[in-house]
Design a binder for this molecule. Structure first.
Ligand code: NAD
Ligand code: TYD
Length: 335
């Protein structure tokens, strides 16, 4: 099989390419990525000389280069996106451009080139916010209620993907997954930001009361879910993908990281809250389990420890990433 992976130089995309070439060494992967601030070819050093891997630098909004990349492709796995909620609040326009317009350009090209399958990687944030008081979880029947520009742009992309299936018969699948963590995650997201700040002797900024809840999924479990849905998922269907945590809040996560790094609670700094901050996310992953036999395998505590170890042993990776543009973003967001 020849795969086109968009956004393959980002966090999940690069983990997915490494996963795919390890499990299916006979396949070929084309990585199409614009290399925004979040794209980093360092993540793919291990495969850069593999003859089954090819990198093309390009923008999914540019129909011409997307069409070139789409030649002889069997299946597309679409990760490319602007992915950070806080940046979408500071500047929504690139989110609409890449996540909505870029997805539409990609879909046009997939129809034109008659690809056999397009898998779209989306988020649970399209469903909105759950309350701390109830025990509800998001599932495939939950209505969209996006509350940040990021979430709204991802919801827009999901609708377009489904519309291209209905209107043009494009064979698609979608996964809406929860918060990922693991190696190569850009240190703007909570877990790598906390780990790397602490490794630098800095405090961890906690928004509001810190009692916000996310559902945490180890990135390799996510890659395996995409693999199974891509190969066995029913065409036109959406699958929710979540992890093994049960309503753990941000403060509890920070405290675990502090303890893994031998630091005290004086390293917690409560800062102003994110506008429109979603209170709680939780995923019911019974559909993908019952239909396709997938379930998460990686326990949160064990893999949080492994993730902390990874950042400890990859200091040059994150120090490089935290220089330059990152500094400007950090002071705009936190000062
Ligand atoms: P990321 O920000 O780490 O990486 C995004 C990648 O897309 C980067 O390599 C970037 O260069 C590339 N990109 C951005 N705009 C592009 C464009 N116009 N053309 C081509 N490439 C472009 O993101 P991530 O965390 O790896 O997320 C990947 C996907 O998974 C996204 O679609 C995101 O919405 C979704 N998702 C992420 C999470 C999470 O916890 N990280 C959770 C649910 C869903
Ligand atoms: P984040 O990693 O940005 O993912 P998302 O907003 O997509 O869920 O944030 C995870 C949670 O951590 C969310 O409730 C916001 C919170 N948070 C902080 O408290 N401080 C921070 O510096 C960041 C980046 C996030």
């Amino acid at each position: 099989m020849k795969l086109l992976v968009t956004g393959g130089a980002g966090f999940i995309g690069s983990n997915f390419i490494l996963y795919w070439l390890k499990h299916y060494p006979q396949d070929s992967v084309v990585n199409f990525d614009k290399l925004t601030y979040a794209g980093n070819l360092e993540n793919l050093k291990e495969v850069e000389n593999n003859s089954h891997y090819k990198f093309i630098q390009g923008d999914i909004c540019d129909a011409e280069s997307v069409n070139v990349a789409m030649q002889n492709i069997d299946a597309v796995v679409h990760f490319a996106a602007e992915s950070h909620v806080d940046r979408s609040i500071l500047e929504p326009a690139p989110f609409v451009m890449t996540n909505v317009v870029g997805t539409q350009v990609l879909l046009d090209s997939a129809v034109k080139n008659r690809v056999k399958k397009l898998h779209h990687v989306s988020t649970d944030e399209v469903f909105g916010s759950l309350s701390l008081e109830d025990t509800n979880k998001f599932n495939e029947r939950t209505l969209n209620n996006p509350r940040s520009p990021y979430a709204a742009s991802k919801a827009g992309s999901d609708h377009l993907v489904r519309a291209y299936h209905t209107t043009y018969g494009l064979p698609i699948t979608i996964t809406n997954c929860s918060n990922n963590f693991g190696p190569y995650q850009f240190p703007e997201k909570l877990i790598p930001l906390a780990i790397t700040n602490l490794l630098e002797g800095k405090k961890v900024p906690v928004y509001g009361d810190g009692l916000y809840v996310r559902d945490w999924l180890y990135v390799e479990d996510h890659c395996r879910a995409i693999d199974i849905v891509l190969q066995k998922g029913r065409v036109g269907e959406t699958y929710c993908v979540g992890g093994l945590t049960e309503d753990i809040n941000n403060l509890a996560i920070i405290k675990k990281i502090l303890s893994l790094l031998g630091k005290g609670e004086e390293f917690i700094e409560f800062v102003k809250d994110r506008p429109g901050h979603d209170r709680r996310y939780a995923i019911d992953w019974s559909k993908i389990k019952n239909e396709l036999g997938w379930q998460p395998r990686h326990s949160f505590d064990e893999y949080l420890l492994k993730t902390v170890e990874w950042y400890k042993t990859h200091e040059s990776w994150w120090k490089h990433v935290k220089s330059g543009e990152y500094q400007k973003y950090y002071s705009r967001q936190y000062d």
